[in-house]
Design a binder for this molecule. Sequence first.
Ligand SMILES: NC(=O)CC[C@H](N)C(=O)O
Length: 196
Amino acid sequence: MNLAIIKYNAGNIQSVLNALERLGAPATVTDDAEALRRADKVIFPGVGEASTAMASLRANGLDGVLRELQQPVLGICVGMQLLCTHSEEADTEALGIIPVNVRRFPAGAPGEKVPQVGWNTIHDLRSPLFKGLPEESYVYNVHSYYAEDSAYTIARCHYILDYAAAVQKGNFYGVQFHTEKSAATGDRILQNFLDL
Ligand SMILES: NC(=O)CC[C@H](N)C(=O)O
């Protein structure tokens, strides 16, 4: 399988690569439009601030390339947030591929600090992306912003409020949590994505 990871100015590319290597699925990290179009699957990772990540995509013309991809695409963390319409983080106009807004967590109870950092469970799993995983599977999170629940939600999570842990529209999938840091559950989700 020809697997591409979008190269732009955002973190966690190396840890996604390592996770894929564990699964025996080596990937190419590239910002070349033709290579991205030709790939069987594309992973859009991300750790960082939404407006900076979006600016980096635009500077390389990758926003247009991304919107037109036809094969399965998986956005992770900021990658997922940028597939959406808008993020409250620095009032960022995102790619608008999945019509969902990304908002900042309100202040929570004393035990619920923002950002959410650590393990939490996901539920209402309804996508082949979660094949073989039980409800309340644990995944690893680091974020202050979340995608609002909508008709595009394919998994939910509760932290301060209910939000979309994963979204999908057509060939575009996004997960808020870090598959590459979610141990066996994360590996299973990545493998399921490769199997789509
Ligand atoms: N881990 C991250 O990169 C966080 C992504 C985004 N800035 C958020 O806080 O939601």
